[in-house]
Ligand binder design. Sequence first.
Ligand code: GLC
Length: 470
Amino acid sequence: MKRKIKILYVSAEISPYASAGGLGEVGKSFPTALLNYEDMEVRRVMPLYKRIDRKLKYLTDFSVPMDNEYDTCVLKTDPECKDIITYFIGNDRYFYRDNIYAYEDDGLRFYFFCRAIIEMLKNIKYKPDIVHTNDWHTGFLPLLLKKEFPSIKTVYTIHNISYHGFIPPSYLEKYVSEEEAGRLGYPQWLNFMKAGIIYSDLLTTVSPGYKGEIVQPEYSYGMSELIAGRAGPMVGILNGIDTESYNPKLDGVLTYPYDMKSLEQKKKNRTLLRLEYGLPDTEIPLIAMVTRLDYTKGIDILIKSISHSDLNTFQLIILGSGNPYYQGILESIAEGYSGIMVFESNYSATLAKKIYAAADIYLMPSLFEPCGLGQLYAMRYGAVPIVNPVGGLKDTVLDIKKYPERACGFYMENWTVEALTIAIKQAVNAYHFADWNKLIVNGMKYNASWNTSVAKYRKYYEKLIMNLMK
Ligand code: GLC
């Protein structure tokens, strides 16, 4: 048999251990999908956060050089996770905290994560062919690997180019020349995102649309020159989803399972959810949004749009957490519109699935969206998305005006309150007058599985190993 390709997948989030959104979902579904190829051996590594409260197995510990001192890493694995060995990088000072992110020393915390992975590779009997890193938290790994394990190839995938991460230059003095440090941000702070872009052997992002955007200075958060300066191109490969667990017929969650041939069952799920949340069961559409409460997800424009909309014509349910400021506003609006609007902040994947199943229309008015998973889940459950056509949203949702036959959703004309209000109105009208089921079925037919994308990644992995990347 051919030798297996050994991939170490590195991420700050892997669901269900710890996840703040799409990065964590992909940390679960993508490595699992890689295993469909017999010649792939996949392992994963993530930080051991406080919230990971399951029984892990102690493997070893070792010291990790940081600036002028050493910290200790306790390395553990999950004995329950047999298909994919998953390592946890433990250090209470950095990771035993209530949240995953948003601490002043996030730069140091994730520099420790990167540096500890280097020491892990020195301490355990395992050497990957490729280390696949993700987003800024892992950005210094391609650099450190180049210096310490030059034969290991690296992939850096950008899930969101707007977050960068910084550390003081002294941490990398041993590794980089003054000129290199300059490219990373010296004499100020050194930038994780820059390091990932400069030092990785292959640079990817999560949709062709987003790739097209972030090579342009206006959308690149200062990274476009570095991307253009790389020897090889950046590739945009669409994310997939776990189509087995997100399947309205077989997810084991819905009281009334359905597929595109039994859409009358979908309505029964809507009735149930309405009952649960005190919404009258009438023939107006239920609009839903499952989201992180963040400016870039379009929460501000949605809040304003609510006051410009005719709330006799639809109901709205928002499942969201994140910024407490938005949480407060949404709670008080929902209180004022009881029987019309619901705001729920307790996320669970089960509740999210019930909402996708109950929803007629799904909102994704993002300012930018590298790939977006919500629209894919929604389409799979027959909820018709309204999107701002950017990044992966443009690649996955076809607009009713542009593609009357194949359409599965509605585009906003701009990222404004007015455009969102108009798009909602159009969708609500179409729900009553257009061939609504056709939109639903077109969306349900969209192939959101990982198959095609995993095949693409695998080709690139092979090229990397055979030194064919230019
Ligand atoms: C980030 C992006 C989102 C993408 C996800 C997974 O959360 O904002 O668009 O789907 O990463 O790649």
